[in-house]
Design a protein around this ligand. Structure first.
Ligand SMILES: [Zn+2]
Length: 1131
């Protein structure tokens, strides 16, 4: 029987001559044959040891002390002996020492106990006393031993315990420790299945029912064991088949009613856990609904609400109810976008072809989390899970930037026309005369794929250079024809909606002193309603309402919008007050969820009245509108008197990507609180759970001189709801639930027209207006050229800007310096919903065109090539993520299609051209917005940091990498208050291999290739800590980016600008040898807070359930596909 060889000389180990040490020494010497022969002596020694341990605390400590092998000696004698008495004594000793259970486990104690248990069970009848002792001991050891379940099964102990339970149902004294052990057994999924086969589920139901307050500790343990068993689908089905769901509900109700002082909360919780696990299967949910479970749990929870300590019951009930709430499809005819754009051609394998080949009824949601496919783990689940991120690129070949030749140079040569500054010799004209050259404009030829043939290419004559330098915007605003000097401010406060594009009559008010703003109008509009326009010319140098309208007229949208949104018309002046993160009210999510559940329980209270519908025009109640540029709202449904469900429209040619919203509301009552629910959000979490508010714009406020977006809304939270889409509609993934963003607000003006938006809107027409206005900032020292890179699918132009300084003179040296300036390539707004990127870009552009010495130096240092809006069509049509082709343009950089992705195709070609002529940019940066993180930060590309994160073995050559990619973010973290180095990552991910950042790094060979992500929410560090971000901070970020480039110039050792170096104070730590890799965080990195954010009310997601009530389960575990589609804002 002996397997454990005790070779340690106990006495020599511990230099002590205490009594217990001597006794242990004696026992150790007896181990083996001697003990079997001289049982009586062994027994005496053990008794003495036990006595000492029980009477002297010191002795116990000595046995357990570090370096002592007391535990080994005792275990060895346990194992060697077959004498019941002796075992009993040893067990008693061990029990007393078990405060150090991990030591016992690590020395193999569990296995020995199971061995004794199985051999003792063969004696007939087994000694009850011994069984009691053994089970008590196992119950204590079990939770400390991660392999307990496996060891129990392999030793045959499961059956011993089961038969003991069966034979001792009335013997509480023995039953309790047996159930305690069973509870540990059941935590192992393989054990749970095998115990279920042996009738243990039925057995547990016998123990827990009927309601009785006798022996509650036994009941509690039985419920725990049952709860663990029911995690197995087979067992859950057994429970349903045995009609135990109504029984459990009745029992729960009994406890709820009789436990008036809430002393048995754990029993009530145990019952709910059983229900929670049973309802993981479809049959279980069905049985729950049939047994009126929704009403029972809703009513009991409502009664528990006043008692804070009962929160765990409410939370678990809420989870069960949400899981069982029948899944509905969204209340729209199809989840495909309400608008359709006919593509020039549809790739047979592309997403659009797939979308339109879906069968009718594809959106119908069935409860498709099937429980028939019994794929229960036949492997043990108590292994530690390796959390590996398999998105990290591990292919070293792909990690090595290998410049790809791309298109042949013959093809790329046509892009020369966009780089006139690289060949201009400035000899034709003197610099002074050129700056006053004529304002004539010539159409710029659009190099789409078809137009790129040489015959269409204009010769880059110097005339054209100057024409294009002067820009295209020359025409005066059409509506500014019949202006008369300003008249006194009228008292009119009437606002009409919609603001139609056709006839907008304006009257400027306020803001004296600005001569360009003192125009009034009494023109042909005719209706008598004259719009008062706040004069913001001084505050908003780049804004002009009339010019905006002109720009809108040239913008082509798929729905052919004829309206203008007031906020875009009036402009936005950033408020001067602080806008802190909204503090979350305790229990807000729960109360919102309960209100949602009430819809099912009290359906008659629900109005269910469609008040706005893109598919069917109609309307009453609050009036909604979204039919203007960048607008997004598909449908509004009034559910209660002051509560509306809002459905967002999918991106065009797609059936999802809803997140961006921009909508108009009117017809409101003053002082009433309205609740709005956006019910088809898709991401699994949102900054709306962490202090972010929505934006609101009041036209009455604007007319009163405060044209601005302000953060608005209370009771904001974001949670999984009962709407879902089918798995086919979801593209083969599992059917996915939608999420609700809910917020409440009151309106403070009568007859107001208000707008809500996801973030500060920035339309394409706004961009065109800003670009036209930038022309006005040009001085003779600034070289600004605006080209049309190409035309988009929707027929809009994609602007390309070149900004640098004019050469100091036309001397050869100066011309040479001019041409050889390094290039900086910037782009933004490939994702339409990330409007913050446009505000950052606006800050960059304004800074670059500014008059500060820094700006002048910057222009002298670099040539800037900027594509400020990579996805105009998406922006115009209110998309969140895609272009008209229904695709994410930032996943097309590897192989862009010239027809379907023209802006990407031609932007990449520009970069390929530069690579060909050995002028690849020093920095490439694509501006984005991030919806799930705070602060502003960058993603870059580093072989080294990717290798570090992935544990792949790499040769040392891979680890020699210039740390230059870190310089720019490092500088930014020092000068830009919103920027956080800690949030940056330089890991190359597989899912990002077709993004601008990775392709420009890998194929063009730009080491400093970045995505710059700006938060939609706010900051949790630096000067803006605790505040929500506004346009001022975003624009500042764009300006600081420029300043950082100037510092980079110095640090990269390029010549020139010595006079500016004094402005730079601190040294950037790029020379340091070891840089710790930044943390690589795929998901949002928010801390948890009191109310568990619980998105897991789905049967396929039980692992994400809160196991404790303190709710540190903010992190969901979406599957990989989820991550891909959820990573929307990450690049
Ligand atoms: Zn993005």
């Amino acid at each position: 029987m002996s397997r454990l060889k005790i070779t340690i000389l106990f006495v020599t180990r511990v230099p002590s001559n205490s009594r217990i040490v001597m006794l242990l020494g004696q026992l150790e010497r007896m181990n083996g044959e001697a003990m079997v022969r001289d049982v009586e002596t062994a027994r005496q020694v053990t008794t003495k040891i036990l006595h000492l341990i029980q009477t002297q605390e010191k002795s116990g400590k000595e046995v357990m002390s570090k370096g002592s092998s007391g535990m080994e000696v005792i275990l060895a004698s346990l194992e060697v002996s077959s004498q019941t008495t002796l075992e009993f004594l040893c067990i008693s000793i061990v029990t007393d020492l078990l405060k150090r259970a991990f030591l016992f486990v690590s020395k193999g104690g569990t296995g020995i106990l199971f061995q004794i248990l199985t051999s003792a069970s063969k004696e007939l009848p087994p000694s009850e006393e011994l069984m009691l002792q053994l089970h008590s001991l196992l119950a204590k050891v079990g939770p400390k031993d991660r392999k307990f379940g496996v060891k129990a099964r392999l030793s045959g102990a499961l059956n011993v315990t089961i038969s003991l339970i069966k034979q001792n149902l009335q013997n509480a004294k023995l039953l309790l420790p047996c159930l305690q052990v069973l509870r540990v057994y059941s935590a192992n999924s393989v054990n749970a299945i095998s115990l279920g086969k042996n009738g243990v589920v039925e057995l547990m139901f016998k123990i827990i029912a009927p309601y009785s307050k006798k022996n509650t500790s036994l009941l509690k343990v039985a419920l725990d064991a049952l709860g663990a068993l029911l995690k197995s689908k087979t067992n859950a089905r057994r429970a349903v088949d045995g009609s135990h769901v109504p029984a459990l509900l009745a029992l729960y109700l009994d406890w709820h009613r009789n436990d008036a002082r809430h002393r048995h909360m754990l029993i009530r919780k145990g019952l709910l856990v059983c229900l929670r696990n049973i309802t993981n299967i479809k049959l279980g949910r069905k049985a729950f609904i049939e047994a009126d479970g929704m009403r029972i749990l809703y009513n009991t929870s409502t009664e528990c609400l006043p008692v804070r300590t009962l929160d765990p019951l409410i939370n678990t009930s809420s989870l069960i109810m949400r899981k069982c709430f029948p899944k509905n499809r969204l209340p729209v005819p199809t989840i495909k976008s309400a608008f359709h754009y006919q593509l020039p051609h549809v790739l047979p394998v592309g997403p659009v072809a797939q979308l339109y080949s879906q069968p009718p009824g594809v959106d119908d949601v069935v409860d498709d989390s099937d429980d028939n496919e019994e794929t229960e783990a036949e492997t043990d689940t108590d292994n530690e899970e390796d959390e590996k991120n398999d998105d990290i690129e591990t292919d070293l070949n792909k990690l090595h930037p290998t410049k790809s030749p791309g298109r042949p140079f013959e093809e790329l040569r046509v892009y020369e026309r966009f780089f006139l500054e690289l060949s201009e010799d400035f000899q034709v004209r003197s610099l002074s005369s050129s700056s006053s050259s004529a304002r004539s404009t010539r159409p710029i030829i659009v190099p789409t794929a078809q137009a790129l043939s040489p015959k269409h290419m204009a010769t880059p004559a110097s005339q054209e250079i100057w024409n294009s330098i002067k820009g295209q915007h020359t025409q005066p605003p059409a509506s500014a024809t019949s202006r008369t000097p300003g008249s006194p401010v009228s008292a009119t406060r009437h606002i009409q909606s919609p603001l139609l594009l056709g006839d907008i009559a304006t009257r400027r008010v306020g803001g004296g002193g600005s001569d360009c703003g003192s125009e009034g109008a009494e023109d042909e509009g005719g209706e008598g309603a004259v719009l008062e326009v706040p004069d913001t010319a001084l505050l908003l140098p780049l804004h002009d309402p009339d010019l905006y309208v002109e720009m809108v007229k040239g913008t082509r949208s798929v729905p052919q919008y004829a309206e203008v949104a007031y906020p875009d018309y009036f402009g936005h002046v950033a408020p001067t007050f602080k806008e802190p993160h909204l503090e979350r009210v305790y229990g807000v999510q729960r109360s919102k969820i309960f209100q949602d559940i009430e819809r099912l329980i009290h359906p008659n209270d629900i109005l269910d009245k469609v008040v706005y519908d893109l598919d069917i025009p109609s309307g009453e109640s609050l009036k909604f509108n979204s039919q203007f540029e960048s607008g997004n709202l598909r449908k509004a449904i009034q559910v209660r008197k002051y509560e509306y469900d809002l459905v967002l429209n999918s991106d065009i040619n797609s059936n999802h990507y809803h997140q961006w919203f921009y909508l108009e509301v009117s017809g409101m009552r003053v002082g009433t609180t309205y609740r709005f629910n956006i019910i088809n959000c898709e991401k699994s979490n949102s900054q709306f759970n962490y202090g972010m508010q929505v934006l609101m714009y009041s036209v009455q406020e604007a007319i009163s001189g405060r044209p601005r977006w302000v953060r608005t809304g209370t009771d904001i939270c974001y949670y999984k709801n009962h709407f879902a889409r089918s798995s086919i509609a979801a593209g083969g993934q599992k059917g996915k639930s939608y999420f609700t963003l809910t917020f409440s607000t009151t309106f403070s003006h009568k007859d107001d027209v208000c707008y809500f938006a996801y973030h500060y809107p920035y339309t394409y027409s706004t961009l065109k207006m800003h670009l036209a206005k930038l022309e006005a900032l040009r001085t003779p020292h600034i070289y600004l050229r605006q080209d049309v890179l190409c035309e988009t699918l929707g027929g809009n132009i994609c602007p390309l800007l070149t900004i640098t300084a004019m050469p100091e003179s036309n001397s050869n040296d100066h011309i040479c310096q001019f041409r050889n300036r390094p290039l900086i390539f910037l782009s933004a707004r490939v994702h339409p919903g990330e409007t913050n990127a446009s505000w950052v870009m606006k800050g960059t552009l304004e800074f670059l065109m500014g008059t500060s010495p820094l700006a002048a130096s910057l222009r002298e240092a670099y040539i800037f090539k900027i594509v400020p809006m990579l996805n105009p069509d998406g922006v115009i049509n209110g998309n969140h993520r895609c272009s008209l082709s229904g695709e994410d343009l930032n996943r097309q950089w590897q192989n862009p299609n010239p027809e379907l992705h023209p802006t990407i195709y031609h932007t990449k070609s520009l970069l390929q051209y530069l690579a060909h002529i050995q002028r690849a940019p020093l920095v490439f940066c694509d501006y984005h917005g991030h919806s799930r993180k705070k602060n502003v930060f960058m993603y870059g590309c580093s072989v080294k940091e990717t290798v570090w994160q992935s544990n792949i073995s790499a040769t040392s050559s891979d680890l020699h990498e210039d740390l230059g990619y870190r310089t720019l973010p490092k500088i930014l973290s020092q000068i830009a208050p919103a920027f956080s180095m800690a949030s940056c990552s330089f890991v190359v991910e597989r899912s990002k291999e077709a993004t601008a950042r990775v392709v420009v790094w890998r194929e063009i060979g730009v080491q400093r290739s970045y995505t710059m992500e700006s938060t939609l929410c706010g900051c949790d560090q630096g000067k803006y800590k605790g505040l929500q971000i506004g346009t001022r901070e975003l624009e500042e970020m764009g300006a600081q980016f420029c300043v950082a480039l100037l510092r980079l110039k110095r640090l990269t050792g390029l010549r020139n600008h010595q006079h500016l170096l004094d402005l730079e104070s601190d040294i950037i730590g790029t020379q340091s040898k070891v840089v710790s890799p930044t943390t690589y965080v795929m998901e949002e990195d928010e801390p948890s807070f009191l109310e568990a954010i619980d998105y897991s009310a789905e049967s396929d997601n039980e692992d994400a359930e809160p196991e404790n009530e303190h709710g540190n389960n903010v992190h969901e575990n979406p599957d990989h596909l989820d991550q891909l589609s959820d990573s929307c804002n990450q690049t």
